[in-house]
Design a protein around this ligand. Structure first.
Ligand SMILES: [Zn+2]
Ligand SMILES: [Zn+2]
Length: 382
């Protein structure tokens, strides 16, 4: 196309002479509107392109909003927030306008209808322009896909929390469920709408936590082991999902909490403990790959990775009593008042107690095991 260099220009609508416009930049479209005189331009000018009405689909369960082709958590306080947001998205402001500002006044018509009175100010062709428009917003209360799945009891993973050779304690059961809820919250906060907890089945053996995806189940199981110790194994089963009839896998994560907990007093024998010195009850201090702690009668360190499945839990430091020191007999024996009978009796003097701790009249924590009183390191029970 040959380019005319003539600088006189005319309004293509009414033929009025118009001041020459600057040539469009390379690549910029040659816009007919640019050539119009001001009268013809404002004749058809709309500052705002507003739809006649806006429909918003909101989940009545969780407040998620349907946007594009998916449900989105918007964290809106009420439907007015949602309506303002939807109108904002639906409005288009003319590209020629500068310094545009706008305000919106929502008018609640009924529970699901809000009229949005909008006022726009802007500058176009050096002229201040004002436009007012009212957009009715209709809220459709629905159930989002996730809430529908939760209501339908859908799940893809079960985390079974059990313990080796015992049942999990009340605290361990509660922590495991809380950890599951925490992981779900984290995923939700990260925008993952597929992450939810379907159900907690509290069995006598420990909780079964049903979760929406296998990945989420894995995360929860790993976090429980990270925080409570133990190990996890998983097994998949092919099931037929009732919803869409698709075949899907469900995965069961079996968490096995360690046989012993920190603070347990155990009898490690008759495990094969060739490599371990000494004998007698052990206060457990850590339960990682190896169990380690201290012998309560001598104060010797104890550590083994031997199989302790035959070992016995005797008591826990939470059940400790306080005994009063009467006198120190020697390096191996100390006389204390029995916490139950208040009779003076001689008990082992473990090396972890200092001379300072063993002064006459001092009160020390102790556990009673098979009728024998065993003194505890003081800091363990604080
Ligand atoms: Zn004109
Ligand atoms: Zn929902």
């Amino acid at each position: 196309m040959s380019e005319s260099r003539e600088r006189r220009e005319f309004c293509p609508e009414c033929g009025e002479t118009v001041p020459p416009r600057s040539e469009p930049l390379p690549g910029e479209p040659r816009d007919r509107d640019r050539l119009l005189c001001d009268d013809c331009y404002f004749e058809t000018f709309d500052l705002v392109d507003a739809p006649e009405r806006v429909a918003v689909r909101v989940c009545s369960q969780c407040g998620a909003v349907h946007r594009g082709n998916q449900w989105v958590d918007v964290g809106a306080r009420d439907y007015t927030d949602v309506a303002v947001e939807a109108v904002t998205q639906a409005l288009g402001v003319h590209l020629d306008a500068r310094e545009v500002s706008w305000g919106v006044e929502p008018e609640q018509v009924d529970e699901t209808t809000i009229r949005m009175h909008c006022r726009f100010d802007g500058i176009v062709r050096e002229t201040a322009v004002v436009e007012e428009t009212t957009v009715p917003v209709k809220i459709a209360r629905e159930t989002c896909k996730r809430c529908g799945r939760i209501a339908g009891g859908s799940y893809a993973a079960t985390v079974q929390v059990r313990a080796a050779g015992r049942t999990p304690t009340t605290e361990e059961r509660a922590s495991a469920v809380e950890i599951a809820r925490e992981v779900v919250r984290e995923r939700e906060d990260a925008g993952d709408r597929e992450a939810f907890l379907t159900e907690v089945d509290r069995t006598d053996d420990g909780p079964n936590v049903k979760l929406s995806t296998t990945k989420l189940g894995g995360r929860v199981a790993d976090r429980i082991v990270q925080q409570l110790g133990g190990s996890v194994s998983d097994s998949a089963t092919l099931v037929t999902e009732d919803g869409d009839g698709n075949e899907v896998y469900r995965v069961t994560y079996s968490v096995r909490l360690p046989r012993f907990r920190e603070g347990d007093v155990i009898d490690p024998e008759p495990a094969d403990l060739d490599a371990v010195e000494g004998s007698g009850p052990v206060l457990v201090r850590s339960v990682g790959d190896a169990v380690s702690g201290v012998r309560l009668d001598s104060g010797e360190a104890f550590s083994t990775d031997a199989d302790l499945s035959e070992a016995r839990q005797l008591t826990h430091v939470d059940d400790a009593d306080t005994v009063t020191v009467v006198t120190v007999e020697d390096d191996h024996a100390v006389q204390v008042l029995d916490p139950e009978t208040f009779a003076a009796r001689t008990v082992p003097n473990p090396s972890f107690l200092t001379a300072e701790e063993l002064t006459e009249g001092a009160e020390l924590p102790a556990v009673k095991v098979d009728g024998e009183v065993l003194l505890l390191p003081e800091r363990e029970t604080e």
